[in-house]
Design a protein around this ligand. Structure first.
Ligand SMILES: [Zn+2]
Length: 116
């Protein structure tokens, strides 16, 4: 699938860990150089692992929103230009995850308020 991120085309993919070694260390990533976003897809065996989340499809969607948020911050220039000695707010994982988790609720509230 392809989407526009502030006018830049990004390719979105779900991949199994066996097909992408980057996924051995994370659940997803945004490669700004190739404009590619990859989120881990889970095998049947991984879904049965102890402590595995019951709703991995919802988790995968949250991870995709997280990586898309990184892409928006990068393409806007904020991820590069917000840097300071303590780190950049625009690359802060907590802030990016807040947008990814709360985004659907913000969108629903804006839609209900007819302010979009
Ligand atoms: Zn992140």
């Amino acid at each position: 699938m392809r989407i526009s991120v502030l006018g830049v085309h990004y390719t979105l993919e779900y991949r199994k860990k066996a097909k992408d070694t980057n996924l051995a260390h994370c659940d997803g990533y945004c490669d700004f150089s190739t404009k590619t976003i990859v989120v881990k897809d889970y095998t049947a065996a991984e879904r049965k692992e102890p402590m595995s989340m019951a709703d991995l499809e919802a988790y995968k969607r949250k991870c995709m929103r997280h990586e898309i948020t990184h892409a928006f911050l990068y393409e806007s220039g904020l991820s590069i230009n917000s840097l300071n000695l303590d780190g950049s707010w625009a690359t802060n994982e907590e802030m990016v995850d807040w947008v990814a988790i709360q985004g659907p609720k913000l969108y629903a509230a804006w839609t209900a308020a007819k302010c979009l």
